[in-house]
Design a protein. Sequence first.
Lengths: 836, 146
Amino acid sequence: MPKKASRAKRKPRQPKRGPGSPSKWVGQSIRRREEQRLVRGLGVFVDDVKREGMLHMALVRSPYGHARILKIDAARAAAAPGVLLVWTGKDVAAKVKPFIEIGRGPGAQVKDYPLAVEKVLYQGDPVALVVAESKYAAADAAEQVQVDYEPLPAVIDAEEAAANRVLLHEAAGTNVLWEDTFEYGDPDAAFRRAAFVVHIPKLHFHRYSSTPLEPNAIIAEWRRGDDAIEYWSNNSFPAFAVQFLGPALGVGIDQIRIRTHDIGGGFGIKITNYPYMALAALASRQLAGQPVKWIETRTEHMQASAHGNERTFLDTRVALDKNGLILAIESRHIDDCGAYPRYEPLGCIIWAQVLPGAYQFRNCRFRFSQIVSNKCPVGPNRGYSRMQHLWFLERVIDLCGHALGIPGDEIRLRNYIRPAQFPYTTPNGCIYDSGDYPRMQALAKQLIGWDEWKKKQAAGRKQGRWIGIGIGTTLDSGTNNFGQARIINPHAPYSGQSKAAIVKLDIYGEPVVFLGSVPQGQGHETTAAQVVADVLGIPPERIAVRPGFDSDQNVYTGHTGTYASQFAVSGLTAIHGAAEKLKAEMARVAAAALGARERDLEFGVGEQGPEVRVKGSKKAVNYWRIANLVYVNNAELPESLADVSLNCRHVYRAPFKVPDIRRKYGNLTLTYAAQLHIAVIEVDRETFQPKILAYAAVDDCGRTINPMIVEGQVHGATAHGIGAALMESCSYDAEGNLLASTFSDYTPITALNMPDLRYGHIETPSPFTYSGAKGMGEGGAAPVHTIGAALQDALYPAGVLVVDSHNSGDSLFRAVADARAGQAPRLRVERRSGRV
Amino acid sequence: MEFTFAGSFDTSRKPAEVYAFLADPRRFAPLLPDFESVEAAAGGDYTVKLRVGISHIWGTAAIRLRVAEADPPRHAAYEGKGDIPGGVAVLRAGFDLEPAGAGSRVNWTGRAQISGKLLSLAGGLLEPLARKNLEKLIEGLKAALA
């Protein structure tokens, strides 16, 4: 097996010489500056923040998946030592409006309050809050709250929910909160001319989540003086949170200040913690503005923070020509968003960013609906909504390959969008910026030693071993166009995408960056410094980057947050723009100070540190002097420089248009990073435990800002995906009990479960971004697709179809047992002679 | 998670005696495994406290028990609801009595619905535990009615 065949690709590029060179620092594997504090335990997380007179909130949560609240007796809790406040859902409902709903129709009828009022809709649904002087007093008192419930039948299965025999939200009149058909091309004609039609049985993408080290955490302080709210929070999408908090709490958005500092992971699911932000703020207001802290426990996080979307794929038919080229796909998809929509139904369109995946088919008909069920509400978990669809497409192409006897690598090659076709417009109007999937496949095969494994597999099969080799090709669409929300709800007041950033020269001449993003471990501080360093022609260590986010710093737009794989594009372009503005202002001041023309100046580092100098001379002015002239010595400045602030804000607006709502057509995302993984897996014939024998991951995120950070994110996303594929599942029993509410049961992946990852990357620069970079980091759940394909390859001879995204030893045992009993799901292939 | 059990046993006592025993929570409840106390509560209910646990999860369960159905001397049914460590339990136990020779035949049914995070922690252990405790209860009943 070739060892680290991509090493040459990974070698850091040599910096181009010369100050101000556009790529001296961008592209370098500079060590993450955040590590300086994080690995030494010096990070500042919400729980590290202590406020004078701070109180602590605990929540009483439903043990039932679905039940009516008959009575709540809070008297004992209220009388407990140190307790200052006990509220039930009715108390809270009297003080707030329900959160806004993004959806139209039945979805708009959902009443979502921070605490359950009349019914609990999932296990962990909060029904009462307690605020006390200590977290222990609050937790003890919460146990004293007596809630009398009338258990109701729970709805767990998507098809059962769609049947509406039991309703969650009676006012909506249905559990189906959104549905529509996405039809492009002429699928009926394609099916008529197909040489093969493959009928695929029901597929199911399971529910899993992220397990950030730091759970949700909030401190709220209601400032009585100006009726404003101060938050210390780890919410990763403040612009979204405030749009829910403001109307519910009756305060203007500018009255809500959100600060983040270090965040211990997130992966999207902290976007929807705003109900708890509302509770903490209301409690603070009630308690004369005393700060109220809430730190989620691990079990609370597992039960009631947010899970990833679960999706069921039904009635799938695939039309193929005689060579295995997909002509059309028809299918019915039911997305399960749990008990409350919250960020949904945005997921009902976000999957369409990658409608054809990496493939060329032009005809399709997807009937898409979203239902509510008695499970934890979903949040935009890493790879949100796209990964479910991409998994579906990968299962489709993989199963079609098996059905037609075309190897997995070959059927993909026949169907991939060709490199020469980029920029590629998909059937629904998305524009894939760049890519080279065949080259990625070739590199991944080289990394893993494809031919050698094929020989080993053949030899192993003769010995009766179940060894499979699988490929997963996936996309990580980044920098989303919020105009797609209008396809969900034509009245949704969203479109486009923007990010703000500030770069300033401070009073002592130090360049400082204020991020308009909410980093949670992605290395934003490091890459921001690299970009500014290139603009100003000074080393990154000379650039200060303020950790975290603060809405009061005015680095805020309606899209502010970190989500949708976009910082490398939207965040860094905003920073780059602000840095260019600062550079221009500095050049004007320097020209005045030096008596030179701006075009004769250059930026660099001189004997007295960073400076602006006249090219070819020793005449220079350093940053301290430039700042001094503007901030404290400005009587020396000419009047023509009165507009110079050295405090430069830039807003990046991605080049989007509002999609055509009627046709569901338009560009929904700016960049398309890609991942191609290959796994070799053996399923033990005695224990049925799957074991990864080899794993290769190839990434293409355009031009890389920091290759080391990219590789780290690929490792992280791969680990997350492997855990999801083989270990992690938020499964529920028929009554709505979550069967994995601790790490002992959920078994999140650890370093010990990770295979040796053979990593490689290619670069197909994006033509749509200033740097050629594409957003990345979500990974598109590539391992879920890849492992499914490898297991399929291993077990197809045993009559097993891989129809679920989660495959533990236990489920594989049952699948094989079903196959042996002749009860396994089966493919059906129509072969039509004389067709194309 | 829901468990249902059913069975029958014979006793030498007459149906009226068996009924009088079964329908009196003060006499019936102490036979429950890990019984701690029984107290009369408002509305004719009883609060039965049990020391229950599984693996490392132990605590006191306070079950509000009431006689839901009474048709002496043929039928009685209890319903109970309460907090258990890590969750809540809803219980129902019914007894149908019929003469059998000189004594009685007790046909019993039991249903327990357990909800809460206990299911996550110990779901797989609950059914065997419930079965074991039920066997203890039935053996206790047989002994008490012998």
